[in-house]
Design a protein around this ligand. Structure first.
Ligand code: GDP
Ligand code: CA
Length: 304
């Protein structure tokens, strides 16, 4: 059994690559919920849905999020009504949020709903929200306090961030299912997700850091920073703004004491010694998964 601590896009790509080289039934994603939001009364879980959609071949490759073949009639009508339409929700995608919200209203947990949606959509890996409790990533910025989606979607993550806060993380409990997945896995992989806002909210939940530290020899992370930049999103800018080294060295320092190995890209081979100086093993390989051969090589490397 392999457990992958997961955000959205970077994690989904690694999970897809892993499920091509091992039985998906042996793979479990423990997923960030810090981006989750309630919009129009609907509970939306972007990272859980990105993984479900990507691993069932439904991901909208053009947009990079949402469903393939999506239409936007509901949003157009909402806009015409003068409603809040800045957070795009496609017609097909809305069905996911309707389903989830109704089940939650009837007392189901996010864990249960994620499994149900996964089963209905043909997802073959295990999919677990890290907690069933409320955790919300908040940004203290030059424009005041912003919620995750205000920062990410409304401001296109183009605003200076002074600090991050994971509201609710101090009282949120790691779900029993996620705990089991982290304890019983042969190996834990930290996906090449944004360390600060995809993995950080999970590390802030009580017990998670200890659990990783105690078995760090079997914890492998993949750097999302290649050649000093993120492939997508604000990971590089956030690392800089929050005082971290903008490189795989900064990623290694952020995970110091929690990981036994960091996988870095060939472009960063010259930084291997500095990564090793943080106290972990280093593996250098191709880590850009847009190329299917490279994705396979990366999957094989993190499992080796
Ligand atoms: P989000 O929650 O959808 O923003 O996605 P994640 O946090 O899971 O992933 C975002 C990170 O994934 C970015 O920092 C990217 O640099 C990284 N990423 C995306 N694709 C790849 C890839 O093919 N290889 C590596 N190494 N990182 C990637
Ligand atoms: Ca996310």
């Amino acid at each position: 059994m392999i457990t992958v601590l997961s955000g959205g896009v970077g994690a989904a790509r690694l999970l897809r690559a892993l499920s091509a080289v091992i039985d998906p039934a042996d793979l479990t994603a423990v997923v960030n919920v810090g981006d989750d939001l309630v919009m129009h009364g609907l509970t939306i879980c972007p990272d859980l849905d990105t993984i479900t959609y990507t691993l069932t071949g439904r991901n909208n490759e053009t947009l990079g999020w949402g469903l393939e073949g999506e239409t936007w009639r509901v949003m157009e009508q909402l806009r015409a009504l003068g409603g809040d339409a800045w957070f795009g929700l496609g017609d097909l995608d809305l069905a996911t949020h309707l389903y989830r919200s109704q089940r939650l209203a009837h007392g189901a947990t996010k864990t249960m709903v994620s499994a149900e949606l996964g089963e209905r959509l043909g997802l073959r890996i295990g999919l677990l929200p890290v907690t069933d409790d409320h955790v919300a990533t908040m940004f203290e910025t030059e424009r005041g306090t912003l919620t995750f989606q205000e920062y990410f979607v409304q401001h296109h993550h183009d605003v200076d961030v002074r600090s991050l806060r994971f509201a609710g993380a101090d009282t949120a409990r790691l779900s029993l299912e996620s705990r089991r997945a982290l304890v019983e896995a042969e190996r834990i992989i930290i996906a090449p997700s944004n360390p600060l806002i995809s993995i950080g909210p999970m590390l802030a939940i009580g017990g998670v850091r200890t659990l990783l530290a105690e078995r760090r020899d079997t914890v492998v992370a993949v750097s999302p920073i290649i050649g000093g930049a993120a492939l997508k999103g604000p990971a590089d800018r956030l690392l800089r703004e929050l005082g971290h080294d903008v490189s795989c060295v900064g990623v290694a320092q952020y995970y110091e004491g929690l990981i036994g190995t960091l996988v870095i890209d060939e472009a960063d081979a010259a930084l291997a010694d500095r990564v090793a100086a943080t106290g972990c093993e280093v593996r250098v390989t191709t880590t850009i998964m847009a190329n299917p051969d490279h994705a396979r090589t990366l999957a094989t490397t993190v499992l080796a």
